[in-house]
Design a binder for this molecule. Structure first.
Ligand code: ADP
Length: 301
């Protein structure tokens, strides 16, 4: 099989491991920078061009599209879908997962546990949205943030109001969320492939920090998850239409609540903390599922 890995970082751990795993399975893997792909938009023979030639003969695409290039990256992926190439996660599902508000709305509609969350446009509605989210302490999040940037804990009503108002002055979209204090700075990353959680790790925030992101000094270890957590993770990935996802869960007093569903989950933390060959399992999934024309949406939507 010939596999394209859409990634801007050939040297990144995740990209390197996927190339290695593909080769171990006897496949050919090529790392392609999505920002250097260009396309002809035509109905009879859609093509992707790269470094002066047409990309041909690919059986599967593994998208590793960073949040900052979602728009162009998903357009490139859509072009592969139009060509009938199987993609590990489809463009529509990636776009859904990148919109935090839209994802939470889709999950809420299907009864997935979530932190109580409010969202408002006008600063005039700040007081009310604080009330909706249950009052201070509150977590305020920029919708465009990643790696814990733009995630703030406001301990009091006044602090919450001033954070919301300053974010809004910058014309940033944000959501206001119940603070799950009982999680004690820990969250659980469930790595989903297909219909299974293949690995789970608990990330613990550094001393004095409530955000457990590894980029913020959090530490990770393998964790056993409950059947309820397992089914919450698998259902969340399925609702967003993702074959592979990192589902982030907090252990709250009212059961597992989903914070975020990541469509390009990193492999380093999860492989190193659990000792599992997740990259190999991703390639196994492609082996079982990649057939020409198997893409469900064929670039629609
Ligand atoms: P990002 O996508 O930027 O990583 P997250 O929404 O995942 O942002 O938040 C970053 C971290 O902050 C999470 O991993 C978690 O540890 C903590 N956190 C986020 N939301 C809450 C919340 N509602 N209650 C408690 N902790 C939270």
């Amino acid at each position: 099989m010939k596999i394209a890995i859409l990634s801007r970082g050939p040297g990144l751990y995740s990209t390197r491991r996927l190339v290695e795993a593909a080769e171990q399975h006897g496949h050919e893997a090529k790392v392609i920078n999505p920002l250097r792909c260009y396309m002809n938009i035509t109905s009879h023979k859609p093509e992707v061009h790269y470094q002066g030639s047409v990309l041909e003969g690919f059986d599967a695409v593994i998208p590793r599209i960073g949040a900052s290039i979602t728009f162009y990256g998903t357009a490139v992926l859509r072009q592969f879908e139009m060509m009938g190439v199987f993609t590990l996660n489809e463009s529509v599902a990636i776009s859904r997962s990148r919109d935090k508000l839209r994802s939470l709305q889709l999950l809420a509609r299907r009864g997935i546990g979530l932190p109580v969350t409010g969202f408002a446009h006008s600063p005039d509605d700040t007081r009310d949205v604080i009330k909706i989210a249950g009052g201070a302490p509150l977590v305020i999040k920029l919708l465009e943030g990643t790696q814990g940037k733009g995630v703030v804990l406001a301990e009091t009503q006044n602090a919450a109001a001033s954070v919301i108002e300053s974010f809004r002055k910058l014309a940033a979209n944000l959501m206001v969320q119940e603070f799950i204090a009982e999680a004690k700075g820990a969250d659980i990353r469930c790595f989903v492939i297909g219909e299974r959680v293949v690995a789970a790790m608990m990330r613990q925030a550094a001393e004095g920090e409530f955000r457990s992101n590894l980029h913020r000094g959090g530490s990770a270890r393998a964790v056993r998850i409950t059947p309820e957590e397992r089914s919450t993770a698998v259902r969340s990935a399925r609702i967003l239409g993702l074959n592979v996802a990192g589902v982030d869960i907090l252990r709250s007093n009212h059961g597992p609540v989903v914070m975020e569903v990541n469509s390009s989950p990193g492999l380093e933390g999860i492989e190193k903390s659990t000792g599992k060959d997740i990259s190999g399992q991703i390639i196994d999934f492609i082996d079982k599922n990649a057939r020409p024309g198997r893409t469900r949406t064929r670039g629609q939507g």
